[in-house]
Design a protein around this ligand. Structure first.
Ligand code: SF4
Ligand code: SF4
Ligand code: SF4
Length: 369
């Protein structure tokens, strides 16, 4: 890595003066909040959503192709911003928005928009990756019956959508696994994965075979800081795991503790065959930011920087010396109510890391403390 970049990364946050910050993602796709739901109804079999299938096609296509597609969620609030005298007395002091009358008359959709924002715990104009939008949606909106159904008491001014009780949305939200999984179809297909494409089991198996060969042959390993620890949480696995390369990497380091390991910030050799790994973008659709924060927190505990390289045995000795428990590195211990993007890892409640530390997995030096 060039020295100038390394110096800047160590000296602080003055990157903006030298480089333009750029996103690796496409421009956010503007989406009306209730269209997020209508797209689910269409995926569940609805042919005639009120907005028309055509209005949802770009959302459906782009999310299917890129689960990390940024969605900018925009309720139609513009129609309520003109002054009421301009609206109701035609005062004419300010022009009304395009197609004002038609949009203003759609109070039913505006309520649905805001109700979806409320359920998602977001304000208007929030930009969130599609994966998280749909994960939060299915957690918080198991049914559209109350958002799209009849008013209470019923009113012809507040009509129900004819599909509110049809079960299209609920079929996807409930997320039933197929009875006979097809290895050539996406490995994950329920809930949010009903809206976006995961890798197929046959692709994962093919990549796993290649990755296993590579791990056995290479003379240098690349492992993200968090996965250094996950390898220990999974130390009781004797057989390789279908969706990652944790076990193969542990075996290689146990057999060869002098092998150099470069610590990455972000996805690594563990991720190659994972169902939610995107090799083209080198991102983890499901846990990108929480895992990256863990990478940096662990490196901070180790006193190392991303890209540091140490022999495996020495590296794990340092891990054991500096980190007593994954409760410190893998939970939001100071936050009893973390946002959904920042979940705690359920394995942090289990004793596997501490057991590996006591046994001296990879170092071969059992600890007494
Ligand atoms: S029930 Fe609701 S989400 Fe489904 S098509 Fe109708 S308006 Fe859209
Ligand atoms: S607690 Fe979870 S994230 Fe943390 S090291 Fe263990 S498996 Fe990995
Ligand atoms: S892609 Fe994500 S979930 Fe999969 S192994 Fe990598 S970090 Fe873990």
């Amino acid at each position: 890595m060039d020295e100038k970049r390394r110096d800047n990364s160590q000296s602080g946050c003055d990157w903006g003066r030298e480089f333009d910050l750029q996103s690796t993602q496409p421009e956010p796709l503007l989406v009306r909040p209730h269209h997020l739901l209508c797209a689910v109804c269409v995926r569940g079999g609805c042919e005639t959503p009120p907005c028309g299938k055509q209005a949802l096609q770009e959302l459906l296509d782009r999310v299917w192709e890129n689960p990390y597609m940024p969605l900018r969620i925009v309720p139609d609030l513009e129609v309520t911003h003109p002054h009421y005298r301009d609206v109701f007395e035609q005062r004419g002091a300010a022009p009304l928005p395009d197609r004002f009358e038609q949009r203003f008359a759609d109070h039913v959709a505006r309520r649905r928009d805001l109700e979806v924002c409320r359920r998602l715990h977001i304000a208007q104009e929030a930009v969130i990756p599609a994966m998280w939008v749909y994960r939060m949606l299915f957690n918080r909106v198991p049914t559209v019956a109350d958002i799209c159904g009849e008013a209470d008491p019923p009113s012809d001014k507040w009509p129900s959508c004819p599909h509110a009780q049809a079960g299209f949305y609920e079929k996807i939200a409930a997320g039933e696994e197929p009875e006979a999984p097809d290895p050539d179809q996406p490995e994950k297909s329920t809930r949010e994965w009903g809206m976006m494409r995961a890798r197929s089991r046959s692709e994962m198996d093919r990549v796993k075979a290649e990755a296993a060969r590579s791990i056995a042959e290479v003379d240098h390993l690349y492992i993200r800081a968090q996965h250094l620890m996950c390898i220990l949480c999974a130390h009781h696995y004797e057989e390789p795991i279908v969706a990652d390369m944790l076990v193969e990497l542990r075996y290689r380091m146990e057999q060869e503790p002098d092998i150099p390991v470069t610590i990455t910030e972000g996805c690594c050799m563990v991720c190659d065959n994972c169902a939610v790994y995107d090799p083209a973008q080198n991102i983890c659709y499901s846990f990108q930011i929480e895992n990256q924060l863990r990478d940096l927190g662990i490196l901070r505990r180790l006193g190392l920087v991303p890209g540091a390289t140490l022999p495996a045995g020495e590296l794990y000795q340092l891990v054991y010396d500096r980190i007593e428990s994954v409760a410190d590195t893998c939970t939001s211990g100071d936050d009893p109510n973390p946002a959904p993007f920042w979940p705690n890892c359920s394995s942090a409640q289990k004793p596997h890391y501490e057991q590996a530390r006591q046994k001296g997995v990879i170092t071969g030096n059992p600890r007494q403390d």
